[in-house]
Design a protein around this ligand. Structure first.
Ligand code: SF4
Length: 297
């Protein structure tokens, strides 16, 4: 593990009602050791390192976060986990994400987490505290419904089963949870069965909503890494992938329309919410009088 300097950590964002709704974003860590073969954070736009798998920690992160939250004119919801998983293995001992959540709570901000780790359940007590005054959600990025595929494409994260069990635990403790099927991998996870199973499991384990994107994005070193790793488990896939997608950034599944229709049908049959605008409205309702107030300190 290494330390890196950071001038600023909490950045302002434009809320996107069709995805997760947040006003600020922060990442305490850079890099990630979870090894997902498709990870977009590996590309040069986010990382200028050839050692993405080594976790780096922003020096004095908590002091910077505290100063920045204190100086914000308005409170809002803070996203954690957009570029690096905030619940990587180092977090277990360092507890920087937990401490940052305590600051979020102390300064009356809300929290929106994206993770692939069940370590997030450790912080259920703080999520409950934040929820008292601000919108709070824990979102699990899950791309395949079975552990066998998961082990091939996301080798070092909590398994699919463990992530769904974490959703169950958080939901039973009153925390809003979501499933982000935020990509499909052409030739691997873009199947009707996978989409159907994902929706059914999201419902069964108590998620409040599920999101689907029917593409994966690929850029520079990220593509090279993906093709190299995928070939180990799916011989011949790199040639098929390159033939179809060349060096495209957006790699839409050729099954995309069918997948989307199946997704909608299954969600409606299972009474599972897939309308992110509605989910965001529900999450924020009741908090408006507290959120967006001018801070006087
Ligand atoms: S957990 Fe997220 S950040 Fe980490 S390797 Fe997987 S996709 Fe990338």
């Amino acid at each position: 593990m290494e330390y890196i300097d950071a001038k600023t950590i909490v950045r302002k964002c434009i809320p996107n009602q069709d995805y997760l709704s947040f006003d600020y974003a922060m990442d305490i860590y850079r890099g990630c050791s979870h090894g997902c073969i498709y990870c977009y954070a590996r590309c040069n736009y986010y990382e200028k390192t050839d050692n993405f798998d080594c976790i780096r920690v922003k020096r004095d992160a908590l002091q910077i976060i505290r100063d920045e939250l204190r100086r914000k004119a308005k409170t809002g919801v803070v996203l954690m986990g957009g570029v690096s998983d905030s619940y990587n293995p180092k977090e277990k001992e360092l507890k920087l994400t937990r401490n940052a959540l305590e600051l979020i709570n102390a300064f009356n901000f809300g929290a929106c987490i994206i993770t692939k780790s069940n370590l997030v359940t450790r912080d259920t007590d703080i999520f409950s505290d934040i929820k008292e005054h601000s919108p709070t959600s824990v979102n699990f990025s899950i791309t395949c419904s079975d552990d066998e595929t998961c082990k091939k494409v996301e080798p070092f994260v909590s398994t699919t089963k463990e992530r769904f069990e974490a959703i169950e635990y958080l939901s039973k403790n009153g925390i809003t949870t979501g499933v982000l099927m935020d990509l499909v991998i052409p030739f691997i996870t873009d199947t009707i069965e996978n989409v159907q199973e994902m929706v059914k499991k999201a419902k069964y384990y108590g998620a409040n909503y599920i999101y689907l994107s029917t593409q994966v994005t690929m850029a520079d070193v990220q593509r090279d890494y993906f093709l190299h790793e995928a070939e180990k488990h799916y011989p011949g896939i790199s040639e098929k992938f390159l033939q179809r997608y060349k060096n495209y950034y957006h790699c839409w599944s050729f099954n995309g329309k069918k997948l989307w229709n199946t997704f909608v049908e299954t969600c409606e049959k299972e009474n599972m919410n897939y309308d992110m605008r509605a989910a965001n409205q529900r999450l924020r309702s009741g908090y408006n009088s507290i959120q967006y107030t001018l801070k006087l300190y």
